[in-house]
Write a protein of this length. Structure first.
Length: 81
């Protein structure tokens, strides 16, 4: 399972629509409205990296109102040496 956090920039005035459209996607586990450089923080879970690519490019970025995205992929916690 791949967990990723996607930071979204949304066109002005479209925050609510994008929030609702993103929230209803099965891969989305959490959506948070944030202030600053980004407008939404989205936590997603998908089976593989290939599924992540497909989900980001073919689903998230195609939602009307999404201007750009930055994806942060969660890694396992480094173990102590």
């Amino acid at each position: 399972m791949v967990t990723a956090y996607v930071l979204l920039r949304v066109k002005p005035g479209m925050d609510k629509d994008v929030f609702l459209n993103v929230k209803r996607l099965l891969q989305v586990k959490e959506v948070v409205v944030v202030y600053g450089e980004y407008d939404l923080l989205v936590r997603i879970e998908v089976p593989s990296m290939e599924d992540l690519d497909t989900f980001i490019f073919d689903t998230i970025r195609m939602i009307s109102g999404v201007e750009s995205s930055t994806t942060l992929i969660k890694i396992k916690k480094p173990s102590k040496s």
